[in-house]
Write a protein that binds this ligand. Structure first.
Ligand SMILES: [Zn+2]
Length: 584
């Protein structure tokens, strides 16, 4: 059975096309309809051509109806669809352009391994990865490491980047390293040289600039290509020193943007002084960004380049090269800037801070590196969800830490177990407790099946007292004479507060009475059932305190909630518990 004969599929297409038409003044668009079906029904991803034919057919039919008729059909046949459509709209990425003109969608993420990845890279990674998945395509990781001098790659970062991607759940389907591909770039340089589309320029930079700003060729540009080839071979053999020569790609000399005119494609680097960490001093000639990137995108079959709009000029540059080589430039999606207020997303500042000892390591909680977010208990799902919601729109987006925390909280709230942690503790003695109590504290208030911990409170001594650790900020002098409730236990009245201790008396048991007295509910840890605990805060300060001793059972990487304090990730469990703070 062909797709066109598949009545069930045709009906699905019809529904989506009608919904799309209603959204667009009665005119459905085939692209989004195809994208939606492929997103929902993976089995058609291998039949995109056939599916587009069917969609085009149905869209034509739907578009011949009046908007009022389209609305009537939907309301009659799928009354809930319009509401559902609205909700789904918020979650899905918009379709990529011209998907059906390619056999397979291929996207790429291409970092320079000169730093670890941080939140600033998340947009490129998540969008490229998610689009590749959405169209059953391929996600390529390409290390762009061809500047051993100024953007010097560092060996450890190749692995750290791979780890970061795996943590984020965006594992690449293929990986390339540009420093392995230098002979390929040479081959294309030579081909372009022979065709007269690039030339070897030996002008002083100032001299070249003067000419190009006046829309004039430099003295090298029009020399015969044999002469350029001779110079090229001399370049490869080390006949030129760094800075003496550059290979340029010809563009229109009167291009309105002077930065596009005859852009530099390859140059010489002092390989002895700046050996590459992977290939050492093997090469004198290194490709520049636009040359290597442009060639690779084509050779790796990249169909959709998804990147920041700061790359728009690079596309203009590379299009010249694609024309010379007879290649088709991929679809390019340029999204706007993503700013996260309060997060330092400058690679050079991160690297410098580490070098100068300002930050302890790549996972210092003050950084927005993936390593730091991971350590703090920010989940990859939260980052992904936030980026998908932002999507690839061209307008600039400003997010805050709070936005990310809100996504993370939504994920952690139903899963994280609750415990008590008392920061800045003082010892509170509660007297006149009339009987023994058993406090039963659920690990999760909405999920009793998770279990609970129990504390038997047995009054001692002549005054029937028991001691608790409570936080200084919950019990201070201003609370004297005031009733407060120890959560899930009983109500007390504060009598005296000193620097390291406080005293109170038992008042009543029921929660109802606490509610009537508008008593504050505070958390506590019984003295003797405690363990020391420190929480590393996002500003790298350490909050010392006391946790329930049952926290000994926790494992590193557990993410829990300290009630009335915040979500934390357990980092180390020894005699003392160390946790990293995520957020409220
Ligand atoms: Zn020149």
């Amino acid at each position: 059975m062909t797709l066109k004969e598949n009545a069930e599929l045709r009906e699905i297409v019809r529904k989506i096309a009608l919904l799309n038409a209603i959204k667009h003044d009665g005119k459905a668009q085939a692209g989004p309809v195809i994208g939606k079906i492929l997103g929902e029904r993976a089995e058609y991803r291998t039949k995109v051509k056939e599916l587009s034919a069917l969609v085009n057919d149905v869209v034509r039919e739907v578009n011949s109806l009046a908007l009022s008729e389209q609305q009537r059909i939907v309301e009659e046949k799928w009354p809930k669809a319009l509401i559902k459509e609205k909700i789904e709209e918020e979650k899905r990425l918009p379709p990529l352009p011209n998907v059906n003109t390619y056999a397979q969608v291929v996207t790429r993420f291409s970092p320079n391994p000169d730093c670890v990845l941080h939140l600033g890279s998340s947009r490129a990674i998540v969008l490229c990865y998610e689009y590749a998945r959405m169209y059953n395509g391929k996600f390529v990781l390409r290390f762009e490491d061809t500047d051993p001098k100024l953007k010097r790659p560092v060996l450890e970062f190749y692995d750290r980047i791979r780890e970061d991607l795996a943590w984020l759940g965006c594992k690449p389907d293929e990986e390339y390293i540009q420093s392995d591909r230098i002979p390929i770039y040479y081959e294309y340089a030579e081909r372009l040289l022979k065709d007269g589309n690039v030339y070897v320029c030996t002008c002083q930079p100032e001299q070249f600039r003067k000419q190009i700003l006046a829309n004039k060729p430099c003295k090298c540009r029009n020399l015969p290509s044999e002469e350029h080839l001779t110079k090229w071979h001399s370049m490869l053999e080390g006949g030129y020193k760094e800075g003496e020569v550059v290979v340029r790609l010809k563009t229109e000399l009167n291009h309105p943007n002077p930065a596009v005119r005859d852009w530099p494609a390859l140059r010489v680097i002092n390989a002895k002084k700046y050996p590459h960490p992977r290939v050492g001093s093997k090469y004198y000639v290194w490709p520049l960004y636009n040359f290597a990137c442009g060639i690779d995108d084509h050779l790796m079959g990249v169909t959709h380049i998804i990147r920041g709009k700061e790359h728009l000029t690079n596309m203009v540059r590379q299009e010249y090269m694609y024309k010379y080589l007879g290649w088709h430039y991929p679809e390019a999606i340029h999204y706007g800037r993503l700013k996260i207020t309060g997060a330092s997303l400058s690679k050079s500042k991160i690297v410098q801070g580490i070098r100068e000892g300002l930050y302890k390591d790549w996972d210092d909680p003050r950084l927005a590196t993936f390593a730091a977010l991971r350590r703090r208990g920010i989940t990859p799902e939260a980052i992904k969800k936030m980026i998908v919601d932002v999507g690839p729109k061209t307008s600039d987006v400003i997010l805050s830490w709070e936005n990310l925390y809100a996504y993370n909280r939504k994920i952690l709230d139903p899963t994280a177990d609750r415990y008590f942690f008392v920061d800045n503790p003082i010892e509170l003695t509660v007297k006149h407790i009339p009987k023994a109590f058993v406090a039963k504290l659920h690990l999760h208030p909405d999920k009793p099946e998770r279990g609970f911990r129990e504390y038997a409170i047995k009054p001692n001594g002549g005054d029937n007292s028991t001691a608790f650790w409570v936080s200084k900020k919950d019990v201070d002098v201003s609370k004297i004479g005031i009733v407060i409730r120890l959560m899930e236990l009983f109500n007390i009245e504060i009598e005296s507060v000193n620097v390291y201790s406080a005293e109170a008396s038992f008042i009543s048991e029921s929660y109802e009475e606490a509610r009537k007295a508008k008593a504050q509910l505070i958390h506590w840890v019984p003295v003797g059932e405690d363990m020391p605990c420190q929480v590393v805060m996002p500003d790298a300060t350490v909050t010392e305190g006391i946790a329930e001793s049952i926290c000994k059972q926790l494992k590193p990487n557990n993410i829990i909630q300290f009630e009335r304090f915040g979500f934390v990730r357990i980092d180390e469990v020894n005699m003392k518990l160390t946790a990293y703070y995520a957020h409220k």
